[in-house]
Write a protein of this length. Structure first.
Length: 281
């Protein structure tokens, strides 16, 4: 069998970097999207780094052209992995931050997919989108990230059906919490962006944000190996599943998502320790 080719976005580190290394070890020809040309230290020799910034369409087109030139217009798989977390209460997250969340996690994935789909159709290839189980079950201050992953889940579903008659398989991988730098980056970005609203409004939510921050920090995070295994499965299974849940917490949250809304709200708020007393001056 000829060497299979894959493009993975956001591959400078975290899940994308680990998936790039694993697929390289398995003999795939790996194209690794990195935001800066210097972000290649985690990639083994033999992996082809490509500068891809999902909010800069020119970089997507240039990357697609380079892959086409190297492979003769054939690509076996795209892993839409790059993503960011925007966190905070619905009322106080600046609108530019809401837009950044959707520009990267939704529009960026669509743009990347559009840029390489013709090559994937040539091979009868695969698309694997990295979502999150928060698409099914949200919590206070998770609005932006969860909404973006819910939107990505719908995009994935539409694409999966559109591509079915054309021979391209499309899967969504929904992990729970994984040990990567994404949470630290989200915290740093939130501190820089700040909150909108007058001081009184900001004070109202401070306790909630602190409680949810503690909740996230105290939660366990799985090593990247589990989700990398799931990505490889989605890329290689003879009949890939429409959706893969990755991690024990993801399976628990997916089950909890089926609990009726008001009961689920009470459960989530109680578990996180958020109540009326958490709000206030
Ligand atoms: N870690 C978790 O608990 C978890 C849970 C559920 C889902 N996920 C999803 O898994 C995926 C990978 O996340 P991760 O945990 O591995 O985090 P990560 O280590 O921060 O990796 C995310 C990657 O995306 C890149 N990226 C960010 N904005 C980009 C843009 N505009 N254009 C291109 N690349 C961009 C980042 O580059 P920079 O380093 O330059 O920012 C980074 O390489 C994300 O889609 C995330 O939502 C993660």
């Amino acid at each position: 069998m000829s060497t299979r080719t894959v493009l993975i976005t956001g591959a400078a580190g975290g899940i994308g970097g680990a998936a790039a290394r694993r697929l390289h070890d398995l003999g795939w020809e790996v194209y690794a999207g990195v935001r800066r040309a210097s972000d290649t230290s985690a990639l083994p020799a033999g992996v082809h780094p490509l500068v891809i910034d999902l909010i800069d369409e020119e970089t997507l087109d240039a990357a697609a052209k380079e892959i086409a030139a190297r492979t003769g217009g054939r690509l076996d798989a795209l892993v839409n992995n790059a993503g960011v977390i925007v966190e905070g209460p619905v009322e106080t997250v600046p609108l530019e931050e809401w837009r950044r969340q959707f520009d990267v996690n939704v529009i960026g994935q669509v743009a990347m997919t559009q840029a390489v789909l013709p090559m994937l159709r040539t091979t009868g290839g695969r698309v694997v989108n990295i979502g999150a189980v928060s698409s099914r079950m949200c919590a206070p201050t998770f609005g932006p990230i969860a909404a973006s992953k819910a939107a990505l889940a719908s995009v994935t579903e539409a694409l999966r059906m559109e591509m079915r008659p054309l021979g391209v398989r499309v899967s969504l991988v929904e992990p729970g919490a994984v040990q990567t730098e994404i949470f630290a980056k989200a915290g740093a970005a939130a501190r820089i962006a700040g909150w909108r609203g007058d001081p009184e409004t900001q004070r109202l939510y401070r306790g909630v944000a602190e409680k949810m921050g503690e909740f996230v920090d105290n939660g366990s995070r799985a090593p990247v190996d589990g989700i990398v295994k799931t990505i490889v499965k989605a890329l290689t299974a003879r009949r890939p599943a429409a959706v893969y849940l990755s991690g024990r917490d993801a399976r628990i949250m997916a089950a909890l998502a089926k609990v009726p809304g008001r009961t689920r709200d009470r459960l989530v708020l109680r578990t996180a320790g958020v109540g009326a007393e958490t709000y206030g001056p």
